[in-house]
Design a protein. Sequence first.
Length: 300
Amino acid sequence: MNLRTILIKKSSIVTFLFLSVILFFYIGILQGKPAVSDIDAFIETSFQCDTKSEVNLNELVVYSSGKVLAEDVAKTLCNDDIISKQYGKVTSYWGYKTSDTIEFLGKGIADLILAKENLINAFMAESTYNYQAVVGFPDYTAYLISSKEKPRIDKSYFLDKRIGLLDYPTSRSGHILPKQLFKKLDINLENLDITYASSHTELRELLASGKVDLISSYWQDSDQQRFSKNYITPIRDNISGSRWYLKMQDENTDLLCAVQAQLTLLAHNQNSHYFNHVESFWECDSTQQTMKVGGSNAAN
């Protein structure tokens, strides 16, 4: 190997390291402010409850993407007998930006976290913190949904429409994908009449009441009662659903099975047809021995 080749390779390595530093710095400022330094910054977006144990000082830390979900999950876990044997309280944090998820995921702060599979892979969270998928939601398609006509994908169509979107920057079907579509069509968001809603249910209420002409969301079977399937236009399909990941640094199969059971029950009690179709990744028997679905024994 000649000197020129060696110098080129060294230069490439230095360039890669430099770009890596810039990338992580860029992630920190992407939201227009420095990255959150520690968990204390999330205290105002947290909910805490006590388990049935009065003496246990251990804390189960949970992170999800919204206040209602964070509170529901915490209350469900606090009432579980097995979780009460191991923890004295459950603290459930929530955030609305990808950078919030990155803060918890990158540092392994959460014992239980709701995240996209691509983020888990990007931070190598399975190998670093042994986050294991417990339950997940199915892949889905994002649609433009109207009550009176089939939406068209062209610039002129959107300019005189009242559009309903989700006020959650992390929602792909209700926020990210429609805005990407508008950008692709060279539409300035300031020229659009956009109404923001706090949930997919509220989006549907806006559309059903005639306050907006179309919304961006997923399609569920119950929508057929108020809207026509002839008046939906796909934006993107095969969008991967979120998954709940549990940190399994120990072979704590009792905790794994309890968390999976409670999250599955909580999902089945939701009004949304989409969230009802939760997938469990572990098989638990009566002695709390587990087997990963579709795989070999994960714990004995």
